[in-house]
Design a protein around this ligand. Structure first.
Ligand code: NDP
Length: 485
């Protein structure tokens, strides 16, 4: 039994109340560990530790803070195999995905913001009539970072790294569904000798310790990634205290394939966009829109390829589709598929739970599912499912593609597949999404703003956007005499 402990004031601890949650392996449906469940006492301890660490950490020069993050990046890379195996077991994702995406990206996040800590500079503005402004960027103090279960270490480090780089002390709350790699990271922080209290990690339920963290008066900013409904709840709780909020929420992203695309590349990219990580990525292209001229051919090829993506044991090297993350999520995704049937959708492939043979026979697997023929205003087409389910619909022209793409409440990402660069420019300007990819999907540069419009969130992560979020701007205006005397 693996035991997941909190990381408070530089040490691993259990909860004072001796409260525990079960940790499940999605591929088998079995409990394989226990998770310390944080309460008020652990939160107060973490806040006290972070407050005590803050004065020294904020005074530590940026490049030196960066050195700690570089060291952590090295340790994550050293332990890549161990962390990838842990992530795969905890989430149900294929080991190949954890090894090539999750853990390398976690190291890259730490390294990227290690560099940013040394490059983040104050701006200055000279006034012609004898004054200079310089704008300090000061850390907030104690901040909360709450991350979801789909890309656990990847998204956890994406938040804590800029928060620490900017000089804040952090209380992190990973998802209780996938806590293991955050606990391993705590062990690496201890090995690296990170000053105590600078980073604290509390485990437990979102609605419990997560909500308490958001409501704590000494926590000055919250960076949250998760579902839109949870984001709304967090905003309700934090807004009256005027906390700084960064909300990265759900998506229902259009993947738009034009007649003139490179067919094979569009097919490959669309499959990846639909089913990567079992469709459990906020950026997944879950609405596949295909222009009428190639619709039938594209649909047939897409369905054929989706059928080949049979889920299997995530620990096996050849597996490309793993389990979904929890029993509750398994049930939710299957009920969404049932709803799609009731809304008039035709299931072209998948649509059911899968039981691989052997040790995974009781795991939470769902066959990649493609649904056609749904009305544009139905629930299935408008609401995020966050599983291996894609809806397919034809469109006539650019104008119709845009209307369909923009008519949902979400506005996170869109992909376009076209050979016409002018069309790509026109569409990119009009799409109501924070991110647009042209002839690719999920190609990420850590310097660019990442986040959504409309119900997909508030604020942007990435690069200096994240460093700005984790700091307060303070302008100092100094008058000086132009002429002596
Ligand atoms: P949730 O919103 O359920 O949870 C996200 C995190 O918030 C978890 O750590 C959760 O803890 C915690 N939490 C839950 N309720 C509260 C609360 N009331 N107060 C404070 N914290 C809380 O999302 P999921 O974990 O289910 O993740 C999937 C969602 O995340 C999808 O909708 C997806 O689109 C979105 N997402 C968005 C991304 C983006 O960048 N825009 C990227 C990745 C995912 P616990 O799990 O322990 O309950």
């Amino acid at each position: 039994m693996e035991t997941i402990r909190h990381y408070i004031n530089g040490e691993l601890r259990t909860s004072r109340e001796d409260a525990w949650l079960d940790n499940f392996e999605p591929a088998t449906g079995q409990v394989y560990g226990r998770i310390a469940d944080a309460g008020r006492a652990e939160l107060e301890d973490a806040v006290a530790a972070a407050e005590a660490a803050f004065p020294a950490w904020r005074r530590t020069p940026g490049p030196e803070r960066g050195r700690w993050l570089y060291r952590l990046a090295e340790l994550v890379e050293r332990d890549l195999e161990k962390l990838a195996a842990a992530e795969s077991r905890d989430t149900g994702k294929p080991i190949s995905v954890a090894r090539s995406l999750d853990i390398p990206r976690a190291a890259a996040n730490l390294r990227f913001f290690a560099g940013a800590a040394g490059h983040f500079a104050s701006e200055s503005h000279l006034m012609e009539d004898g004054a200079i402004n310089w704008t300090l960027r000061e850390p907030h103090g104690v901040v909360g970072c709450i991350s979801p279960w789909n890309l656990p270490l990847y998204l956890f480090t994406w938040k804590i790294a800029p928060a620490l780089a900017a000089g804040n002390c952090v209380i992190g709350k990973p998802s209780e569904v996938t806590p293991v790699t955050a606990c391993h990271l705590a062990e690496l922080c201890i090995e690296a000798g990170l000053p105590q209290g600078v980073l604290n990690i509390l485990h437990g339920r979102g609605a419990g310790i997560g909500a308490e963290l958001v409501a704590h008066p000494k926590v000055r900013a919250i960076s949250f990634t998760g579902g839109t409904a949870t984001g709304a709840e967090i905003a309700r709780s934090a807004a009256p205290m005027f906390k700084k909020l960064s909300l990265e929420l759900g998506g229902k992203n259009p993947n738009i394939v034009f007649d003139d695309c490179d067919f094979d590349k569009a097919l490959e990219g669309s499959l990846k966009a639909a089913f990567a990580n079992q469709g459990q990525i906020c950026l997944c292209g879950s609405r596949l829109l295909v222009q009428r001229g190639i619709y039938d051919r594209f649909r047939d090829a897409f369905v054929e390829r989706a059928r080949e993506l049979q889920p299997g044991d995530p620990m096996e090297e050849a597996t490309r589709q793993g389990a979904v993350v929890s029993a509750a999520h398994h049930e939710k995704v299957l009920s969404c598929i049932q709803r799609a049937r009731e809304e008039g959708g035709e299931i072209l492939c998948g649509g059911e739970a899968v039981q691989p043979k052997g040790r995974c026979a009781r795991g939470w697997f769902i066959a990649p599912t493609v649904i056609e023929g749904l009305p544009r205003d139905c629930h299935t087409v408008r609401e995020e499912i966050f599983g291996p389910v894609v809806t397919l619909a034809p469109f006539e022209d650019e104008a119709e593609a845009l209307t369909i793409a923009n008519e949902v409440d979400y506005g996170l990402a869109a992909s376009l597949w076209t050979a016409d660069i002018s069309r790509a420019h026109r569409m990119s300007r009009e799409l109501e999404t924070g991110l647009v990819w042209v002839n690719t999907w999920m190609l990420r540069d850590l310097r660019v703003p990442m986040g959504g419009m409309k119900h997909s969130g508030v604020g942007r992560e990435g690069g200096f956007e994240a460093m700005r979020f984790f700091t307060e701007a303070k302008n100092v205006c100094i008058r000086f005499e132009e002429n002596e005397g």
